[in-house]
Design a protein around this ligand. Structure first.
Ligand code: FAD
Length: 290
């Protein structure tokens, strides 16, 4: 029987994975159900479900992860963040996942919502959550990596040092979205200099709307380079459909470059929609229909 552990899947060859967030309304729920059914046909290696920092999606993330494991062929990974939780809270959440048979965990620091300091936080960095999860259950554990450096880090060397230390104990990393293959290659080289060769899966944000990606890039600290914004801005003169088409073409080219650079898989930020991701997967030959 094939393993449902992501660390095992990564050993078997390039992975294909999708990220979702728990929907807040019945309409958003219906959209997600449709998206899951459409993306399930691509037979992804795993899918991940985000966690609202501070515990805002504590129940909905759990329900979505456990529901997917029980009612679909998808292999889910639960995100969990330190921020706003006591150690006991986090342990309870982890034990509940272990009891429900969930083996894949994405251990994150999280960010307090703007204007809040969330004083209950007992763990301050993701590596502490990795340690706690390891003590509770033999989870397969992923952590976040930031090719363009985490926005709160004083400098790149410090950020890479902390990432390398985190990856000593975690099984793999998934990156924040970014847009240059060279940034991925530098990240892998820097980790190699620290003696770390754990798999780092690049996170891909297909661009279907220039305005929203610029906003998200600002939030995440990832810059959108001119070789991406240029073609998109030119496409915008011909309307939103052309922006979408060019955005998908750029993502296909980027994914090809990442796989050629040795990426162990591709992780798509779907924003709970499937069309762009399906088009990219088909063009890359990752879809059964391709
Ligand atoms: P950490 O690893 O704790 O790093 C945070 C900062 O602390 C970095 O600057 C790091 O260099 C520094 N640092 C690390 N260790 C130390 C140390 N020992 N001493 C001093 N400094 C240190 N957020 C959510 O709220 N929910 C999600 O579901 C979610 N999913 C994500 C998925 C992916 C793939 C990625 C890339 C990010 C995700 N995030 C999510 C965002 C993430 O929570 C934020 O980027 C957060 O600011 C940092 O999380 P981290 O896990 O990288 O934290």
């Amino acid at each position: 029987m094939t393993s449902n552990r992501i660390d095992e899947k990564l050993k078997a060859g390039p992975t294909l994975s999708f990220e979702f967030f728990p929907p807040k309304t019945p309409e958003a729920q219906a959209t997600l159900v449709r998206t899951l059914r459409e993306l399930e046909t691509l037979d992804p290696s795993f899918v991940s479900v985000t966690y609202g920092a501070g515990g805002s999606t504590r129940e909905t993330t759990h329900e979505l992860v456990v529901g997917m494991a029980r009612t679909t062929s998808l292999v889910p990974m639960a995100h969990l963040t330190c921020v706003g939780h006591s150690r006991l809270d986090l342990a309870e959440i982890l034990v509940r996942y272990a009891r429900a048979g969930i083996t894949n965990l994405m251990a994150l620091g999280g960010d307090p919502p703007a204007g809040s300091s969330l004083p209950n936080s007992e763990l301050h960095h993701a590596y502490e959550l990795v340690e706690l999860a390891r003590a509770i259950h033999p989870f397969s554990i992923g952590v976040a990596a930031h090719p363009e450096v985490h926005p709160h880090s004083p400098d790149r060397a410090t950020d890479r040092k902390h990432l390398a230390a985190k990856l000593v104990h975690a099984d793999f990393a998934i990156t924040q979205f970014f847009f240059r293959v060279d940034d991925y290659v530098s990240l892998i080289d820097d980790l190699g200099d620290h003696g770390i060769d754990k798999p780092v899966i690049p996170g891909i944000m297909p661009i279907t709307n220039l305005a929203s990606v610029a906003r998200m890039a600002q939030m995440s600290g990832a810059s959108v380079p001119s070789n991406v914004t240029g073609p998109l801005e030119r496409a915008a003169r011909h309307g939103p459909d052309e922006v979408r088409k060019v955005g998908v073409e750029l993502a296909i080219e980027f994914c090809r470059g990442l796989l050629a650079a040795g990426a162990p898989g591709l992780h798509f930020y779907t924003l709970n929609r499937s069309t762009a991701t399906r088009e990219i997967a088909a063009a890359l030959g990752l879809s059964p229909a391709a």
